[in-house]
Design a protein around this ligand. Structure first.
Ligand code: ADP
Ligand code: ZN
Length: 605
């Protein structure tokens, strides 16, 4: 057996490598450079942790997430790995201790923020000890076009120049080819081996539904399927995160807001509670989440439309890192589309930039409107082809489609007539009133009852017209201008001429019951049993025991043992340490620290 596999079994307590882990680890152990693209939850950490243990010296991990370094270090220390970090939160004394330990060769892993690493003091420190490898985590931060750009990352190519014989790895969960290329170029990794994994997250069920009353929909979603579970809700504005957190709290769901307007202490406190408490919901702007490696986030909900599929995939990827079933849920409506289109148009960027932003949004909207498998659509966006997944709303409850060609023509010709005959443009409300033949004040004031399209759409409801408008906006058959007024979009003409058929998904009425856990393919090698009766009770008692330990040690509960491991304890009820050690997630250090306690809890039943 190789040394790497021994460490996997004995230190981390896992029976097998996942996906490309073994190939990556072998390559780096042998001294090669690597670029690792793996989805969130794929298991990137082991890819640098194990080579750091195998190779002589200390693995230097570059991470932009200062607020999470302490947790990262606590997490690996639980496995008995000798780890420390250097960042601005340490006192002078603490820093000197860490430096001494590094130079004396007493550390397996050293986490450093890029801005610190690049100081001459820190580079000299590294030269005084022995670096086993350099792992550049969240490597997409080097991309100037990405939303996580960190200028300091651009300086990291010096590592290769100064230590040409020390292996370097860049790791990220951002998948686009453009980012991939930038990572190779800017970090001086032109000769590195590429390890690109499938970006599929089979245990995540994707669901997208029309937005009606968002707070109520969100409460129903959480209460219906995720009560007492940890989740993240993304909303577009600070005010909205606060409103939604309040609405959830009133409905009896423990929820906290998180946004850039809060002080850094307050934000840190929310993050700490999220990591440490069971079943907390955080309602956040996109600023929350990078590097949150909490494995048991059971759902990610989007209360507003994300700007791009990349963003959506990264955010939803924070659910279910433990491989257990998780859900990505989103509600979106006409206002979202109007708002985002307007936002792009009124931004300061160049025409080229606007065009780029539009293209990103178009792909996002296509995902929302598709009647076909969501996962096939998502993976295709990242250049992977796949078959219908059986674990998304469209696969589970195929939506009906309808031929909306004639209503689409009615709507578009109303917009056209207003423009041609009156030189006017109006928003959704007025257009729908005209189509439905409503003699409102506003209709009479503008004499819109005399338009030839007045009342030609009484057969559809307000909300059906609004859904249609949303779809036409998504398809660029409509566009929005000033004051959210509709104009014909670039794709309107073929529809008006009857050359394009407009087939749309019907907005689902009642959704089907949620998928059962057995539906979802998971990463786990063994199917996870659904605990019932005494087994569930035992699982709950183990969780209580774990909560006590975590509290005492001041670490998040999942660092003691994951839920999956506790569930296995409850299911197989080991009686001896040898039996306990067979279970995935029980490495040597954890066996020693907790083995007797766990056996005692199990023996009580
Ligand atoms: P990433 O950094 O790619 O998002 P992590 O390294 O945090 O993913 O790993 C995700 C989860 O999977 C962690 O809880 C980790 O302990 C677990 N894991 C990683 N590799 C394995 C493996 N070979 N067997 C079992 N669990 C694993
Ligand atoms: Zn599907």
């Amino acid at each position: 057996m190789s040394r790497a596999r021994e460490i996997l079994n004995e230190v981390f307590g896992y029976p097998d490598f996942r996906g490309q882990q073994e190939a990556i680890i072998e390559h780096v152990c042998a001294g090669g450079d690597a670029v690792v693209l793996m989805p969130t939850g794929g298991g990137k950490s082991l890819c640098y942790q194990i080579p750091s243990l195998v190779r002589d010296g200390t693995g230097i991990v570059v991470s932009p997430l200062i607020a999470l370094m302490q947790d990262q270090v606590d997490g690996v220390r639980e496995y008995g790995v000798r780890a420390a970090y250097l960042n601005s939160s340490l006192s002078r004394e603490q820093q000197l201790d860490v430096e001494r330990a590094y130079v004396a060769g007493q550390l397996d892993l050293l986490y450093v923020a890029p801005e610190r690493l690049l100081t001459s003091g820190c580079l000299d420190l590294i030269a005084r000890g022995k670096p086993a490898l350099f792992a550049i985590d969240e490597a997409h931060c080097v991309s100037q076009w990405g939303h996580d750009f960190r200028p300091d990352y651009l300086g990291l190519h010096v590592l290769g120049e100064r230590w040409p014989s020390v292996p370097r790895m860049a790791l990220t969960a951002t998948a686009t080819t453009a980012t991939h290329k930038e990572i190779r170029e800017r970090l001086g990794l032109e000769n590195a081996a590429d390890f690109v994994s499938s970006f599929d997250r089979p245990n995540i069920c994707y669901r997208i539904e029309p937005k009606k009353a968002i707070a109520k929909q969100l409460i129903d979603f959480i209460k219906g399927e995720h009560l007492g579970q940890a989740g993240i809700v993304y909303a577009i504005s600070r005010a909205k995160t606060e409103q939604l957190a309040e609405a959830l709290t009133e409905a009896g769901i423990t929820a906290l807001a998180y946004h850039a307007g809060m002080s850094s202490e307050d934000r840190r406190a929310v993050q700490q509670r999220f990591l440490r408490e069971d079943g907390l919901v955080v309602v956040a702007t996109i600023a929350f989440g990078m590097g949150i490696d909490k494995p048991d986030v059971r759902f990610v909900a989007h209360a507003d439309l994300p700007k791009s599929v990349e963003g959506y995939y990264q955010e939803t990827g924070r659910a279910g890192r433990d491989g257990e079933p998780a859900e990505a849920w989103m509600a979106y409506g006409l206002e979202d589309v109007v708002k985002q289109r307007m936002f792009i148009q009124s931004s300061d960027g160049s025409a080229h930039h606007k065009q780029q932003q539009s293209r990103l949004l178009d792909a996002m909207l296509a995902l929302c409107e598709t009647p076909n498998c969501r996962r096939v659509n998502l993976l295709a966006y990242f250049g992977e082809s796949s078959a219908p997944c059986g674990n998304c709303d469209n696969c589970l409850t195929p939506p009906e489609t309808w031929d909306a060609t004639i209503p689409a023509q009615k709507l578009l010709s109303t917009v056209l007539r207003l423009a041609r005959e009156r030189g006017q443009a109006f928003g959704a409300g007025q257009i729908v009133d005209i189509l439905r033949g409503k003699e409102t004040e506003k209709v009479k004031r503008w004499h819109h009852e005399t338009l030839s399209t007045f009342g030609i759409g009484a057969d559809l409801s307000d909300s059906e017209w609004r859904s249609l408008a949303r779809a036409l906006l998504a398809r660029q058959e409509l566009s929005v201008g000033e004051h959210n007024a509709f104009n014909l979009g670039p794709n309107a003409s073929p529809v008006l001429r009857g050359e394009t058929q407009v087939m749309l998904r019907k907005d689902a009425g009642k959704k089907k019951a949620r998928t059962t856990r057995t539906n979802a393919a998971t990463h786990s090698s063994k199917p996870q049993p659904e605990p019932t009766g005494p087994e569930e009770e035992l699982f709950q008692r183990l969780r209580e025991w774990r909560a006590g330990v975590a509290k005492e040690k001041g670490i998040p509960a999942y660092m003691v043992f994951h839920d999956t491991t506790l569930r296995q304890f409850a299911h197989t009820r080991p009686r001896t340490e040898t039996e306990l050690a067979q279970i995935s997630g029980v490495g040597g250090a954890k066996l020693q620290a907790y083995g007797q306690d766990v056996l005692a809890v199990l023996a009580e039943s």
